[in-house]
Ligand binder design. Sequence first.
Ligand SMILES: [Zn+2]
Ligand SMILES: [Zn+2]
Length: 293
Amino acid sequence: MNERPLLVDYHTQSIEHGFANPRRVRETVQAAVNGGLSTICLTDHYPLPPRFGDPTEEHDCAMPLADYPQYQKEVDAAMAEFGGRIKILRGAEVDWLPEHYEWTKDQINAWPFDYVIGSVHFLGQIRNSDGTEGNFLLDYKEEEFLRGLDQFGSIKSLVHAYFFEVGRMVRSGLFDGVGHLDLIKKYNNGSLFTQDKPWYRDTVIETLRVIAMSGMSLELNAAGLDKKCQEAYPAQWVLEYARMLGIPLTTGSDGHTPEGIGRNLDKAVELAKAAGYTQLVEYRRRQQKAVAI
Ligand SMILES: [Zn+2]
Ligand SMILES: [Zn+2]
């Protein structure tokens, strides 16, 4: 019997605001060592394609492509320094941008990744208040989410559009794990929709079936516990359904600061067990291996 649960963090960010911010990979890994994690996968947001409009005010959704080799050197340095104390994996969280499929594929193949998360954060274009069009980043700010919702016409069409892209992302075969499957609920505390409605359940279940066929893993992402939605990504009923379909699972904090690394992972393990999971999967060079929890 394990005395304490296996704590593996497969979703972490170090360089949140590009290299202008002095925080570095080293501090992230140090935090993981201090927190007693057995594995940390460094999954900083992969740079956006050239000329892709970053809608955030500081244009810091992801580090610039030119900085990425330096970031990977920091990952190498962290592996050399801390490798004896914690398992460190080379990962990335990569956006699903269907119109940049070839570029994305080439970028992923250019690095010896252990694990690659595919995430849908961007969902087409919306009109900004100044009349210009911009890429719709659905988890950036609640006001932007609501503006997008308004332009989609209804929560139902926005949710459908989101899961449609998740399905395409999974079918693309480019990625290993599905990032925060039901991120679309981030700002929903029940006022936008309830998850017991057949249209919502059917949409999610259909997506789970596509994931099950693909062999990809799902992440149990603890960050949602601290957001307006007040639950992990995905919701517990979704996790139970995923387990019934035999979908492999990872856990991740999605921590964006050293203090956030490993946060709520113990809760995530409890949720996984409550859903009937007895194992997680770990990755090495993009191959899955089951580990007991
Ligand atoms: Zn994400
Ligand atoms: Zn993330």
